[in-house]
Design a protein around this ligand. Structure first.
Ligand code: ADP
Ligand code: MG
Length: 701
């Protein structure tokens, strides 16, 4: 694009002028010509086509129909007055409904006259209706309504009051677009346009604002979505290529004693095919002389720990230290314990460093890390502190990635030069599309296969009114020697109300399960780490049979004897979180249960979520559903989902476009890493001139 022209103020567009320009800038942040070109309508009205009643597509939101009214009558539905008109055409009937303005309808609408009706359609099963339609006699319609497909632009009350109407928007955009053909340059290469059958950029811009037809409108949208996702993915690929090129990584070429010994003598089970595959992928990364940045996704219980252990052994065999970072102390402790047990016969020194490590101990650990005495450091955020220095850190593993951000990854990078290899492990699988857009610069490995013999956790939904039968079931389980988790939603650990729920719940549990027959632990975020650990320990060591907690236990805790997970107010959790919690049970060889307790009345949405949990046990599948139900914002938290804000593209639904855009970004850079080929000039120009992609310029210039 010729940016000088596009950066001019909208003031100079025919029909705008200084006053309107100021108004548009204040209300909609529209300042430059480019702003206005990029200000796409948010929806469209199609007055160009008429539907027969029996062919109205179910996914059509607004329709236009010609028909005759057969009857007009007042009715009451659930105490609410309404007026019902039956409109017929040759193919069927539809109801027109009014909730007010009855007199006008009754006085002006005539039976058996031809009307043109336009409005938003609502379906009740196979019955369609339109509430408060726009309705005109056919002769009147022919005289007055522009029969076009046109866009609706977002507006504000102030703009409307000051006479900036939809008509006005369309007029100035029309004036603008007519005069700027030369300034809207193609930014994709011919081969991409041909391969994916995309229309050119100018045509797309014209048609997204002033569509000539539905077909051209959808082609325009597809083209512009492609462009958006293409430059997004190109950015990831350029960053990644740059990193791979500049950053050497440590080469771990040796397959040494520790790994061999472990494999032969200490591996407690046969690895699954997926575990082997992932270890191989990581070993390849270790050998190519570049820094590894890999995301390992695997459902709860899929066996990521053993994978992390084995790749740490490779690092040790090559003379390097490793560290493993967990989001909570409980989890760090657990990693420390299980690694120490698995490596008991090895001459490998493992240290644990968390917030509650005593100062004296800390000094020893710091020394051992520096001298190289320590081979593996397990810990929490405490590892990231600057005073924690290694002699030769070669591999950093981050467990449960969603609690750690990019900034933390960067801190690990700085702990050696070249930076250590990074393996990020997550038990919250995210759908491929999300992974591509969030971690487009990471390589991804997945463990989809669970270890053999795993019994699926039986999941049931119980309403509050069934509470007594649930308690009875818990007592039966405890009698069999099993343990029970009872989780309360503390969405925000500081919320007083949630906290009260938890304490009330705890008291009622203690009443229902009295001492000395039963012992109950409680763990929540307001307790200090020491008390928390004490209570957890009592549960782990089977001194207590019930653990009442908040989602503190969500991540990673492993108590194989616990066979029941009761989730209170389950309707308040998202699918991924419910699945995480469910993963706490089913770790032993016995039948295990997840009981989703909800209030008696549920919204449709909650019902769907709970039903999905009951039916689906695969975390990857649940993640897809979760994304569709809640959208990326709720699923990932706003911090991460901010990276997913696209103007047009929707990463939930535009999977195919995203895949194509990603593949072509990868392919283009493979053939032409700096975009020097003449054919890729449009792409290069876009990067150099558009403010969105300017930060990428340094990678190709
Ligand atoms: P996660 O991926 O959730 O971290 P873990 O590594 O904690 O899972 O493994 C869950 C359980 O499965 C552990 O008790 C572990 O010993 C066991 N496990 C892991 N891999 C296998 C395997 N290949 N065969 C049998 N059991 C396995
Ligand atoms: Mg784990």
């Amino acid at each position: 694009m010729n940016s000088d022209f596009l950066n001019q103020s909208i003031e100079f567009i025919k029909g705008v002028g200084p006053a309107r320009s100021k108004l548009l800038s204040e209300e909609l942040n529209l300042k430059t010509i480019k702003d206005l070109v990029d200000f796409y309508p948010y929806r469209y009205i199609d007055r160009s086509r008429f539907y027969s009643i029996n062919e109205i597509p179910k996914n059509q939101s607004e329709v236009q129909i010609i028909g005759k009214i057969r009857s007009i009558r007042r009715t009451k539905v659930r105490y609410r007055d309404r007026l019902n008109c039956e409109l017929y055409d040759d193919t069927g009937k539809i109801d027109l409904i009014w909730y007010r303005g009855f007199n006008w309808v009754e006085e002006s609408l005539k039976i058996n006259e031809d009307y043109v009706v336009y409005g938003k359609i609502t379906w009740f099963g196979n019955k369609a209706s339109i509430a408060h339609p726009e309705i005109k006699t056919k002769s009147n319609f022919n005289r007055n309504v522009p029969r076009r497909l046109h866009g609706i632009y977002s507006s504000t009350e102030r703009l409307i009051n000051e006479g900036v109407t939809q008509k006005y928007f369309i007029k100035i955009i029309y004036n603008l677009l007519n005069s700027i053909q030369d300034h809207i340059k193609e930014n994709l290469s011919m081969s991409i346009l041909n391969e994916f059958n995309l229309i050119n950029r100018y045509k797309a811009i014209i048609n997204i604002h002033l569509p000539e037809s539905q077909e051209l409108l959808s082609e325009s949208i597809r083209r512009l979505k492609f462009e958006e996702l293409f430059f997004n993915q190109l950015g990831f690929q350029l960053t990644r290529n740059d990193r791979v090129q500049k950053l050497n990584g440590f080469k771990f070429e040796k397959v040494g004693n520790n790994l061999n010994e472990f494999y032969k003598n200490s591996l407690p089970f046969e690895l699954t095919g997926d575990q082997k595959k992932v270890i191989k992928e990581i070993r390849n990364d270790f050998r190519d002389g570049k820094q590894m940045n890999r995301l390992l996704q695997g459902d709860v219980g899929s066996g990521k720990t053993i994978v992390s252990l084995m790749v740490m052994l490779i690092a040790i065999d090559n003379g390097f230290q490793s560290c493993i970072l967990a989001p909570t102390e409980i989890l760090a402790n657990q990693h420390f314990k299980s690694l120490s047990e698995l490596l008991i016969d090895f001459d490998i020194k493992i240290n644990l460093l968390t917030g509650s490590t005593k100062a004296k101990n800390r000094r020893f650990i710091h020394n051992d890390l520096l001298s190289g005495e320590t081979n593996i450091l397990v810990g929490t955020h405490a590892i990231l502190e600057d005073i924690v220095k290694f002699k030769n850190l070669g591999l950093s593993i981050i467990d449960e990635q969603h609690r750690f951000g990019v900034a933390q990854r960067a801190k690990l990078w700085k702990k050696n030069n070249p930076p250590p290899h990074i393996l990020v492990m997550t038990a919250t699988p995210i759908p491929r599309t999300l992974a591509m857009s969030l971690y487009g610069d990471l390589d991804i490995s997945s463990i989809k296969e669970l270890p053999p013999g795993r019994i699926t956790t039986k999941t049931v939904h119980k309403y509050d009114k069934n509470r007594l039968s649930v308690f009875k079931f818990l007592k039966d389980q405890i009698k069999k020697g099993r343990q029970v988790y009872l989780v309360y939603p503390l969405i925000n650990e500081s919320e007083k109300l949630d906290y009260k729920d938890l304490m009330d719940g705890y008291e009622s549990i203690v009443r229902e399960f009295p001492r000395p027959d039963y012992q109950v632990s409680i763990v929540h975020g307001k307790m200090n780490a020491k008390d928390k650990d004490y209570e957890m320990k009592r549960f782990i060591e089977k001194e207590t049979q019930i653990l009442v907690s908040t989602t503190v236990i969500e991540v990673g805790v492993n108590v194989p004897n616990a066979s029941v997970m009761v989730i209170e107010s389950a309707e308040r959790f998202g699918l991924s979180q419910l699945h995480q919690l469910r993963g706490r049970v089913g770790r032993g060889n016995d039948e295990s249960y997840c009981i989703l307790m909800t209030k008696d009345k549920l919204s449709e949405d909650s019902k769907l979520r709970i039903e999905t949990m009951v039916k689906v046990s695969d975390g990857f599948k649940l993640a897809e559903v979760d994304l569709k139900l809640r959208g990326p914002g709720d699923m990932l938290g706003t911090r991460q989902s901010g990276m997913l804000k696209f103007k047009l593209a929707d990463i939930i639904y535009d999977t195919e476009i995203l895949n194509n855009a990603r593949n072509s970004a990868i392919k283009i850079l493979k053939d032409d890493p700096r975009l020097n080929n003449k054919e890729n000039l449009p792409i290069r120009n876009e990067i150099s001139s558009s403010s969105n992609s300017k930060n990428l310029w340094r990678y190709i210039s």
